[in-house]
Design a protein around this ligand. Structure first.
Ligand SMILES: [Zn+2]
Ligand SMILES: [Zn+2]
Length: 856
């Protein structure tokens, strides 16, 4: 190569700088971070407008340098002629003053053309460097004659857009860039950056799975394959089927550009490619790439009021499976207008079926070796096999939950309250891939709102817990009573003859507001026998309570106190006693639990004694602050430490939590922010059940409908997106007014600070409601009412506003009386049949009205 002109133009500089540069004056020295500004340019070469922006322009792949060395080994020389089919151009040396080489100025302003840029780099070392490139538009790049980069995208210039690792030799290295121009600006800029292997693999896309029209997935290594061995010692692949979650293939990557991934392409499915690599520096690198395979076919469940589908249940389907088939039929008909006949698995299998539960039809699809879950297993799944839809789970509730979740997630059905369901109308519904599975966060979900006791609503919303047994589709996990010491051993029956069965208090055996003497062996015998009778007579419960009365006064006798002292807590004698009861009933009732309380004077766990496997410790949060969650409030520290203490020793916990203000059900109570965090804390501390005690005697509790609904969702899935559920409820239940009800909800919660603690007895004169809280809330509710979609929704908004009316009556009764608030409150209360303003019921209602009458 001779480059006379350049030598002359730079001679002065060269002579007075380094002599060693003389022989390679036209090269740049490799200095990381410094822009490459010496180039030989050639072009333009005419191309054709491309098919789309993800492919090169037409004719880009032509090697225009074929007659002068080729793209892999070009002969470059300032002024040298390049002959090609269609004409010739000359190489031209260009030293830019800018980092970016402007090809519009240096080559042409034409569109649909390409140009070459060539340079040589001198390196004193050998090693991997990053060649950082930005170009407008895409192109190809050869480093030392090997193509290391190809990017066909239409793009603007961005510094360091592509980071290309290159193996640099000691001495001379060559770069040939071919860059295309679709229109507007035409430019590029390049420089070397240091190569950090860990950083590189962490930030760069190295692999990509492309699926062709036939559904065949091809894995592509996005860098030049010659770089692979600079990055990796070895690479292992594993393919997992996303529905079945099993490994379908494992193997080593052969370090080539493209490989077809070996998956079953007969049906459409989703997979995950798990890549585990050992880097050349010994570090590990992992990556997961989801991809589909097989041809995506859409199946129509219904269209224009017609369907080809039938609902199939087993001939021996459970009660809840039969009921959910009817529910599925009912809601699908409401959505689509089409009638979906219900058939049994005795009928021959057809192409279009919604199959509920494990029966002949579903098993013939899943395979005869399918493991059928236990009756009580609540884990559910729904998925498709071609056109067929499988709705699966344990026969008691699992399959039923699959049906409701399918309707909820895929078709948008909502059962907000027992009387308000929101069911969308749809002209058509089609699917290509259904695959969803869930398991409950909490085994026994007891949503203790009046609104949540409706058994149909509860079944649809996956609520399965109850204080008292109730008839419900799929059944309930009942908790038999509480505070049972005296119900088992009434003082009226025993005290006269056996005062020693009761607490010794200040030297006297008493029975009024007392407990039992738990170390008296007769007490153990009597309670055990009576518990056995109870279970025999009421076998439908899961947990039977043997627990302290709802007051204090544990026995002070020497024997009881010896245990209490040794265990460092009054819970000591209780667990010591309950363990013996549990031991004595377990052979006859292996599936039942004995529940006992860790409550008030027994809240602290014992130091040594451990509850038996069939004992459930029922733990209560009654003293807590509910403005802040258990983890973030100093007032809850002791509670949390007791909870963790119990969780460390007890095999199971059952939580009695509180979500409402018992002193004023209707008062605003901003505890929504703690619901999720607290339920998660319980879940993570061995809770098999949670009872969220709320306004249970009547409708009308503050945001009762929303809280009942949200709590149901949280008990099922403690990780649910709470804001999403609330927004969905606001829009679905309150319609257009929902945005303002939400605004009020946010306004109320904005009153909380790290210093405002709220407890179960929150009062109307609390600082939270000071200033213009009421009038601001009224303004928001006026807006909410003004946009109510209809009279029914207006009634719902009025229910949400009731707490503000109540609060106004309590804070400024005279004003509330004369501006009509009190009257309106009474009208709504009467219309909605609200009987309880507080847990104390009639007493509270009467005193509320008396206060209002007296206000003058
Ligand atoms: Zn005693
Ligand atoms: Zn607090």
């Amino acid at each position: 190569m001779h480059r006379n002109k350049l030598i002359i133009s730079t001679l002065f500089f060269v002579l007075f700088s380094q002599l060693s540069v003389l022989s390679t004056a036209q090269s740049s020295k490799l200095t990381t971070g410094k822009w490459l500004q010496n180039w030989y340019l050639a072009g333009p070469f005419q191309l054709e407008e491309g098919i789309d922006e993800y492919q090169h322009l037409g004719g880009f792949d032509t090697d225009f340098l074929e007659k002068s060395g080729g793209e892999t080994n070009p002969r470059v020389n300032d002024g040298a002629k390049i002959k090609f089919d269609g004409g010739f151009v000359n190489w031209k040396y260009y030293k830019s003053q800018e980092p970016v080489i402007n090809l519009d100025e240096q080559i042409s302003k034409k569109s649909f053309v390409c140009a070459y840029a060539y340079t040589e780099i001198e390196s004193e070392v050998e090693g991997v460097f990053i060649l950082a490139l930005g170009s407008n538009d895409g192109g190809s790049l050869w480093f030392n004659g090997k193509q290391v980069w190809d990017n066909p995208s239409a793009r603007g210039f961005t510094e360091d857009d592509d980071l290309i690792p290159v193996a640099v030799k000691k001495g001379k290295n060559t770069i040939l860039l071919k860059v295309e121009e679709r229109g507007n600006t035409w430019a590029f800029g390049a420089r070397f950056l240091p190569f950090n292997l860990n950083e590189f693999v962490a930030t760069q896309s190295l692999f990509q799975v492309n699926v062709n029209g036939a559904g065949i997935p091809v894995l592509r290594f996005l860098l030049n394959e010659s770089v692979a061995e600079k990055l990796f010692k070895s690479v292992q692949f594993e393919i997992v089927d996303s529905s079945l979650k099993n490994t379908t293939w494992e193997g080593n990557w052969p370090m080539i550009k493209d490989i077809v991934l070996p998956v079953d392409n007969k049906k459409y499915q989703k997979n995950s490619l798990k890549i585990k690599a050992t880097l050349t520096n010994g570090n590990l690198w992992e990556k997961e790439i989801p991809f589909s395979s097989g041809k995506s076919i859409f199946y129509s469940l219904f269209e224009n009021g017609k369907t080809d589908y039938v609902i199939t249940i087993g001939t021996d389907a459970s009660e809840s499976e039969k009921w959910s088939a009817k529910e599925l039929q009912r809601w699908l008909q409401e959505i689509s207008g089409a009638v979906f006949p219900i058939k049994t698995d005795n009928a021959e299998m057809t192409e279009h079926e919604l199959i509920i539960g494990y029966n002949k039809h579903s098993i013939s699809i899943l395979g005869s070796d399918t493991k059928i879950p236990a009756k009580t297993d609540e884990t559910y799944s729904y998925k498709n096999d071609g056109a067929k839809i499988l709705l699966l789970g344990g026969e008691e509730r699992g399959a039923m939950y699959a049906v409701f979740s399918f309707l909820e997630n895929e078709l948008g059905c909502r059962w907000y309250t027992p009387s308000v369901s929101v069911i969308p109308s749809k002209e058509k519904f089609s699917f290509n891939y259904l695959n969803h599975s869930e398991s409950p966060s909490i085994q026994v979900r007891n949503d203790f709102y009046y609104e949540a006791f409706d058994p149909i609503w509860a079944a649809r919303n996956k609520i399965n817990g109850a204080m008292n047994f109730r008839e419900q589709h799929g059944g309930v996990e009942g908790y038999w009573r509480v505070h049972t010491f005296f119900p088992f051993m009434p003082p009226a029956e025993f005290y006269d003859k056996h005062p020693e069965y009761y607490s010794l208090i200040d030297g006297e055996r008493i029975h009024e507001r007392a407990q039992l003497c738990l170390t008296n062996p007769d007490v153990l015998d009597i309670i055990t026998e009576r518990l056995k009778e109870t279970i025999r007579e009421n076998p439908e419960y899961l947990i039977y309570s043997v627990s302290q009365n709802d007051w204090r006064n544990p026995c002070q006798c020497d024997k009881c106190q010896a245990i209490a002292k040794k265990e460092g807590s009054e819970s000591g004698p209780v667990i010591w006693f309950v363990n013996q009861v549990a031991e004595r009933i377990k052979d006859e009732f292996p599936d039942k639990y004995v529940g006992t309380l860790a409550y008030q004077y027994t809240r602290k766990p014992p130091a040594n004694i451990v509850p038996h496997e069939n004992v459930v410790v029922r733990f209560c949060s009654i003293e807590c602050c509910f403005a802040h969650d258990f983890n973030s409030c100093s007032e809850n520290t002791e509670f949390l430490s007791d909870l963790k203490g119990w969780a460390a020793i007890a095999p199971h916990m059952y939580i009695w939590d509180y979500v409402v203000n018992f002193s004023h059900y209707i008062l605003p109570y901003p505890n929504f922010k703690v619901l999720q965090s607290n339920i998660k804390t319980f879940r993570d501390n061995k809770a098999i059940g949670i009872m969220e005690q709320a306004a249970y005697q009547s409708r009308g509790g503050e945001f009762a409908e929303l809280r009942a609904y949200l709590i149901g969702k949280l008990l099922w899935n403690a990780d649910v997106d709470v804001d999403e559920v609330i927004d969905d409820f606001m829009a679905g239940y309150y319609g257009r007014s929902g945005q303002y009800v939400r605004a009020y909800f946010d306004f109320l919660h904005s009153k909380l600070t790290p210093e405002t603690h709220i407890h179960l007895g929150l009062r109307p004169d609390d600082i939270l409601f000071s200033g213009n809280f009421v009038s601001e809330a009224e303004k928001i509710f006026d807006l909410a009412e003004s946009v109510a979609d209809n009279a029914e929704i207006l009634r719902r908004v009025e229910m949400a506003r009731l707490p503000i009316m109540y609060l106004k009556c309590k804070r400024t009764p005279i004003e509330a009386k004369y501006d009509g608030t009190y009257n309106r409150f009474n009208t709504i209360v009467q219309r909605e049949g609200i009987t309880h303003f507080a847990e104390s019921g009639q007493t509270h209602v009467e005193s509320f009205h008396r206060e209002m009458e007296l206000a003058e």
